[in-house]
Design a protein around this ligand. Sequence first.
Ligand SMILES: Nc1ncnc2c1ncn2[C@@H]1O[C@H](COP(=O)(O)OP(=O)(O)OP(=O)(O)O)[C@@H](O)[C@H]1O
Length: 262
Amino acid sequence: MSVSAVHAHNLSKQYPGSRGVQALAGVSADIGLERFVSILGPSGCGKSTFLRCVAGLEDVTGGELSVNGKPVQGPPDDIGMVFQRDALLEWRSIRKNILLPVEFAKKQSSAYQEKVDYLLNLTGLSDFGSSYPRELSGGMRQRAAICRALVDDPKLLLMDEPFGALDAFTRDQMNVELQRIWMQTRNTVLFVTHGISEAVFLGDVVMVFSPRPGRLVETIEIDLPRPRHLSVRETPEFGRYVAHIRGIFEEMGLINEKGAAV
Ligand SMILES: Nc1ncnc2c1ncn2[C@@H]1O[C@H](COP(=O)(O)OP(=O)(O)OP(=O)(O)O)[C@@H](O)[C@H]1O
């Protein structure tokens, strides 16, 4: 039997404290290796909590969760994370920011210089290795954050609304670039977003969560050939996926005028 990248069975998460928020309830999912999984759901439904549980940063309070065949007990090896805020350290050059996970893992940075060059090249940042974060645009900073997450070849890349703070044009460009990078690196990706179109454009699969406590409402396979160009968004097939997902949100009473999950 093949090992899943992420296996969740009846997963629940209740935060401690007087309010004791129940963030996730009964989430079961099997995410295959090398798949790009988009995660959609209304604000506060537990998407980040799900990612944080997978990353071993939160303890689950019920059910089972394993990553690459091993039960999650603290942060597993082989995970990279990218957040909405790039969290680059302003006082370190881009190259040194990218090398941070290597330093944290107490590995020899010198052995990773070629890898950094490869990633800088892959993300179009070859001329910016010695620049500082303040010298880069928002999109470039997020590309540097992606390099940092990829530097130690994680099997699993967790991305929590990585392009949420970018303008629409840059976000489109980043979607195309992320797909290109992923087609070369082929790690498993869990990508949280509020954008239905972004989720369909990037995903092999879209997982839709209900309002809190987050439950998995539906998992939709996106059968569109790759590489996908932005123009795929104008095709009837793409439109059908978006309409289907929008229908799920409408049924839950959760859609705004722009068609975004709220
Ligand atoms: N550390 C925490 N302690 C207590 N409650 C928390 C904590 N982190 C999140 N929560 C609560 O858990 C619920 C789910 O939060 P989470 O951040 O996972 O949602 P989300 O779907 O990622 O939201 P958004 O789309 O707005 O980022 C929310 O009600 C939130 O208030």
